[in-house]
Write a protein that binds this ligand. Structure first.
Ligand SMILES: [Zn+2]
Ligand SMILES: [Zn+2]
Length: 131
């Protein structure tokens, strides 16, 4: 299914997702920006909560200490589709990872080799944690 039609969901974006919308706005490179928007608006909110529940609120990249606590006392973490929905990735727990802002940017904007290495590491990590 082509998820790009999901842009129209922007009008009904819910409070918890406003944070993700800011992430989308930071990028000014068109193709990547589109990927972010697809990811943000097509996602199933239930899975986002479940991902935090199962994977915790600390970045899944090895030895990453970047997670920080927000003013409201809650940890700041972003949920990422390991295989982008635009590449046919599933909107399910198996395809989700929790990442700090830095590693989330890397997953989308780094050179191809870095992106692939990160993708492999995340797939291994989710596999371990879901078994
Ligand atoms: Zn992402
Ligand atoms: Zn990280």
């Amino acid at each position: 299914m082509d998820q790009r039609g999901s842009y129209t969901l922007k009008g009904v974006i819910l409070k918890n997702e406003l944070e993700d919308e800011k992430v989308a706005e930071i990028s000014n490179e068109e193709p990547e920006r589109r990927e972010y928007l697809i990811e943000t608006y097509a996602r199933n909110r239930g899975w986002v909560a479940e991902a935090k529940n199962r994977f915790g609120v600390y970045c899944m990249c090895e030895n990453c200490q970047n997670t920080f606590i927000k003013l409201d006392g809650q940890p700041y973490i972003e949920v990422h589709h390991i295989v982008a929905l635009s590449d046919g990735g599933e909107d399910s727990l198996w395809n989700l990872a929790v990442l700090c802002a830095h590693h989330h940017r890397m997953a989308h904007f780094a050179d191809k080799k870095t992106q692939l290495d990160l993708k492999d590491a995340l797939l291994r990590e989710t596999h371990v944690r879901l078994n």
